[in-house]
Ligand binder design. Structure first.
Ligand SMILES: Cc1ncc(COP(=O)(O)O)c(C=O)c1O
Length: 391
């Protein structure tokens, strides 16, 4: 099958598929609302995934399975070929989702009341996971330049470690600010962590969405000790509903401790359909993924162009990675709540900046561009209308 521009332009009709992104949006905002929020894609998954699922489902036995080793080998081969990182299948621990991996790392490496470092603005469940486990947030907000590009504030990270934090939750690539951290940046972060013996849990769920000339640098290629990396086929191949993710950990003591926590919480295996889908995706979805990345790269250009033409007061953070644009609308003088009221009325749904940090995200909106390209000018036009016409 050819994965042409037309394949992605055609998109996917997702209404009445129990899609959070589409069905919840319709219920709350009506038929015409355009959902540009939840981070999944309005494109079909690779046909090889659907074929593998149908084939497996056709055999009416869904008992305990021994697919884990094959899955882990497929995952390792995919990471070796696409990201130049080699690890053995034994380094992989299956998880139901990436956020369960973040929480497992927190439970394993800290005690109630300990502080955990995050760098806001960052995907909300980083903050929620720290709070839900009874730990204390130690925020080291990212720094931002006039062009809207973000960098880590390593002085702030070091200050949090000096105050006692021993675990850093890293988002790499970073959602929502679209950074692909460079090797130098990651080395500097690890040098700071090394001074305090701190651990890093690196959420690498967006690893496959890095646009040339940037490259994704796995944290495990910088350092293996005191690092656990979380990855999944869910963003890459649009499989979030199948609930499958992995923790890759080469540090044996850390891996054993991480697995002990998982076991104590009753998580002991992956699910059959998730494993089948992931294996097919890693082995046979690569052509689809290359074509998707070319399409998303043009969506990225389309978003830049529309924002430049229609929203002169907005600052669009340079999108090096992920399919999530980060728009600074603070020049409009509106809070996220006010922005949301207006955009909902104008028929377009974004993710509020404050989901990523009460302070660091205020006045910002995140826009998901993993959709047929025609939706991008339309979403920006509706945002422009919302800003001009008011509530
Ligand atoms: C950085 C990041 N981590 C984790 C997740 C969620 O992953 P999961 O559904 O596997 O918990 C997302 C989803 O948007 C994300 O952007």
């Amino acid at each position: 099958m050819q994965f042409t521009e037309e394949f992605f332009d055609a998109g996917l009709y997702r209404v009445d598929t129990d899609s959070v992104k589409w069905d919840e949006c319709r219920r709350a905002h009506g038929e015409g609302a355009l959902p540009m929020w939840v981070a999944d894609m309005d494109f079909p998954s690779p046909p090889a995934v659907t074929e593998a699922l149908l084939k497996r489902a056709a055999h009416p036995t869904y008992g305990y399975t021994e697919l884990t080793e094959r899955h882990n080998a497929a995952l390792a081969a995919f990471w070796r070929d696409r990201h130049g990182l080699s690890f053995a299948g034994e380094a992989v621990t299956l998880l139901p989702c990436v956020i369960s991996g973040l929480k497992t790392a927190i439970h394993t490496l800290t005690a109630p009341g300990d502080s955990v470092v995050i760098m806001s603005p960052v995907y909300g469940p980083f903050r929620f996971s720290v709070e839900a486990t009874g730990r204390t947030l130690a925020d080291a907000p990212l720094k931002k330049d006039a062009a809207g590009r973000y960098t880590m504030d390593l002085d702030a990270v070091e200050a949090r470690l000096r105050e006692g934090a021993r675990l850093v939750l890293l988002c790499s690539p970073h959602n929502p600010v679209g950074r692909a951290w460079t090797r130098e940046e990651l080395e500097e972060l690890m040098a700071v962590c090394g001074r305090y013996g701190a651990y890093v849990c690196s959420d690498e769920i967006h690893a496959d969405f890095v646009f040339s000339p940037q490259r994704f640098v796995p944290l495990l290629s910088v350092q293996k000790e005191r690092v656990v990396s979380l990855c999944a086929p869910s963003k890459t191949f649009n499989l979030a509903g199948l609930q499958i993710a992995s923790a890759v950990c080469v540090d044996e003591a850390l891996r054993a401790a991480f697995r002990k926590t998982l076991e104590a919480n009753g998580v002991t295996s992956g699910n059959l359909m998730g494993l089948v889908a992931a294996e097919a995706a890693y082995n046979e979805g690569r052509g689809w993924l290359d074509a998707l990345l070319r399409y998303l790269d043009r969506n990225r250009a389309a978003l830049r162009e529309e924002v430049r033409a229609q929203l002169p007061r907005a600052v669009l953070t340079p999108l090096e990675a992920t399919y999530l644009g980060w728009l600074d609308l603070t020049a409009c003088g509106l809070t996220c709540r006010e922005l949301t009221e207006r955009t909902e009325k104008a028929g377009v749904i974004f993710t509020e900046g404050t989901f990523f940090g009460e302070e660091a995200g205020e006045g910002h909106m995140r826009i998901n561009i993993a959709c047929p390209r025609r939706n991008i000018p339309e979403a920006v036009r509706r945002l422009k209308t919302a800003l001009e016409q008011g509530g």
